[in-house]
Design a protein around this ligand. Sequence first.
Ligand code: GAZ
Length: 275
Amino acid sequence: MTDTTRPLVCHIPVCPFSQRLEILLALKGLPEAVDFHVVDITRPRPDWLLKRTGGTTAMPVLLLPDGGVIKESLVILRYLDEAFPEPPIARRDPYERAVERMLIAHEGSFTGCGYRFVMNRDPAARAGFVERMLGEYARLDAFLRRHNPDGTFLFDSFGLAEAVFTPMFMRFWFLDYYEGFDLPETEEYARVRRWRDACLAEPCARQVSREEIVKLYYDYALGCGNGALPEGRTVSSIAFKPHWAERPWPPRDKYGRAATDHELGLLVEDAGPDQ
Ligand code: GAZ
């Protein structure tokens, strides 16, 4: 049962934006500070939720016991960091806070670039996506070299900026799998690579695995985001059932023939003894 005295986060479990909140709470050692309510992205939102949000459907949203509603993962992150102040995750010094915010200001274009890349259906456009993605990493690299050239994280440890970017570094495993794209192992990207690798190794950021992301985001690789169905399919790859661990790995070639529900292990009957 949900405890109505605690804030409630409505979320889509594999969504990178809600993983940011889970990482923050894990860093604070407060996984119980809020309740999580899972929303099925492949179905219409329930009426009680739409009433609270005023009709918007994007997750995560934070519902407060007194009726308050907070949207946007970056805003929710700050709210939780302030509402449960110990230990603080955002920097305390005003200048350091500004540096942290400048880096976080890059998250939108970084995220959008990776998602547009995985969703691209035109092989001729691929080179342009590689170039733009490298441009995004180069910008992060330059920022980190400027503000902490010899360190690993932006400051001395995994903090707010890392909680914002790590879910995207994890989602971009789909670029490695479906596009053969990874951050090059060259000196040019060495600083951002050190940061990225340390973010991926953080124990507080283990809410999803590479296998889960690759399997659940197959439809994104076919150009269908947010639970939309590719042509000829009846079950979204982002569906909760059948569980991702029971499904085979999808084909890597996203520009070739699309896999069927059956090939993706998405038909529940496939698991039955009579089939
Ligand atoms: N800016 C918001 C935040 O909280 O930071 C974004 C929230 C959001 O987009 N949530 C998605 C959602 O609820 C789930 S995660 N969508 C359903 C709805 O009804 O709005 C990201 C993309 C993208 C496609 C998908 C996603 C994604 O680009 O992971 O780019 C950033 C959705 C094509």
